[in-house]
Design a protein around this ligand. Structure first.
Ligand code: T3D
Length: 263
C-alpha cells in the first residue's frame, strides 16, 4: 500500500514505520495518523512480521499535533478537537496496545505533546542521547492526551507526571531513562543500529508468548491481584499450547539454542 506521510518497510521479520513529515518535525495531521493506523493493522495481519519499529525521519521524532491543522491560518474552520483526539490519537494508542507483537519505539529527536505520549504507549522505548521529551500541552492550554494521563503516572509516579505536565519542560533522554519513563538511551549515531538489533532480536523470539505477555500487562493496568493471578493462569495455558513452548523446553533439555517459529 502506498503511503504519503509515513515510510513502511518490512525486513527480517520487522516492520519499520517511519513518521515522515520532517519539515514540521513529523507532527500529526489526520492523514498521517490514518496511515500509521493502517500500517499497524498491516503489521498485525502479516504473520511474517514478528516485531514493529516506530521512528521519525529527520531531526525530530514527532512534535505532536500539527498545530496548523488544528488552527488553520486561512481562517477555515478547524475540526473539533474531540474529533481530532478520537480519530487521530485514540485509535493509534489502542492499535499499539492491541497488536500482539512487540512494538519498539526509537526516539531519534524531540518527542513533544502527542509525539511524547505515542512513544510511551510502545512496549520498548530506546532514545538517542540527544533526544528529549516534552509534555508540551500545557504551553498551549491543553491537557496531556494520546494516553499520557494513563501511561505517564504509571511510568514515573503521580508527582513527577504532574510536574512534567504542568511545567512542560524539556526532559533529556538520560533523565527520562533515570525516572523509568523509557528503557534505554544510546549514542545518537548508534540509535538506528541498536533499535534495529533490538527489534530483530525480538522478531526471532516466541511471538505468541510476547503477545500474551502484552495482553497480561494491558489487563494488569486495571486488575486487582486476584484477577491478575487468574489472567496469568489462563494466558499461561494458552502460552503452553504454542509450538514455541514445546521447542523452548526441548532445546533446554537438549542443551541447544531454541529456534522459535513465533507460533
Ligand atoms: O487538535 C489538537 O490540538 C488536540 C491534540 C493535541 C495533541 C498535541 O500533541 S498538543 C501539542 C502540540 N505540539 C506542540 O505544542 C509542540 C510544538 N512544537 C514545539 O514546541 C517545538 O517545535 C519543539 C519543542 C517540538 C521543537 O523545537 P525546535 O526549536 O527544535 O523546532 P522549531 O523551530 O520550533 O520547529 C521547526 C519547524 O517545525 C518550525 O517550522 P518552520 O519555522 O521551520 O517553518 C515549526 O513551526 C514546525 N513545527 C514544530 N512543531 C510543530 C510544527 N508545525 C506544526 N505543528 C507542530 N506541532
Amino acid at each position: 500500500m502506498p503511503y504519503q506521510y509515513i515510510l513502511f518497510e518490512a525486513d527480517q521479520g520487522v516492520a519499520t514505520i517511519t513518521l515522515n513529515r520532517p519539515e514540521v518535525l513529523n507532527s500529526f495531521n489526520m492523514p498521517m495518523a490514518a496511515e500509521l493506523q493502517g500500517a499497524l493493522r498491516a503489521a498485525a495481519d502479516d504473520q511474517t512480521i514478528r516485531a514493529v519499529l516506530i521512528t521519525g525521519a529527520g531531526r525530530a521524532f514527532c512534535a505532536g499535533q500539527d498545530l496548523a491543522e488544528a488552527a488553520p491560518a486561512d481562517g477555515s474552520p478547524a475540526p473539533p478537537i474531540a474529533d481530532i483526539v478520537r480519530r487521530t490519537y485514540n485509535p493509534t494508542v489502542r492499535a499499539i496496545r492491541a497488536i500482539e507483537k512487540p512494538v519498539v519505539c526509537a526516539v531519534n529527536g524531540v518527542a513533544a505533546g502527542a509525539g511524547a505520549n505515542l512513544a510511551l504507549a510502545c512496549d520498548v522505548v530506546i532514545a538517542a542521547d540527544n533526544a528529549s521529551f516534552v509534555q508540551a500541552f500545557s504551553k498551549i492550554g491543553l491537557i496531556p492526551d494520546t494516553g499520557g494521563t494513563f501511561f505517564l503516572p504509571r511510568l514515573v509516579g503521580l508527582a513527577r507526571a504532574t510536574a512534567l505536565a504542568f511545567f512542560g519542560d524539556r526532559l533529556s533522554a538520560a533523565d527520562a531513562q533515570a525516572m523509568g519513563m523509557i528503557y534505554r538511551v544510546v549514542e545518537a549515531a548508534r540509535l538506528d543500529d541498536e533499535s534495529r538489533a533490538l527489534a530483530r532480536r525480538l522478531a526471532t523470539q516466541p511471538t505468541r508468548g510476547f503477545g500474551l505477555t502484552k495482553r497480561a500487562f494491558n489487563q494488569s493496568l486495571a486488575n486487582d491481584l486476584d484477577a491478575q493471578l487468574e489472567v496469568e493462569a489462563e494466558l499461561q495455558a494458552e502460552a503452553a499450547g504454542t509450538s514455541d513452548f514445546a521447542e523452548g523446553v526441548r532445546a533446554f533439555l537438549e542443551k541447544r539454542q531454541p529456534t522459535f517459529a513465533g507460533r
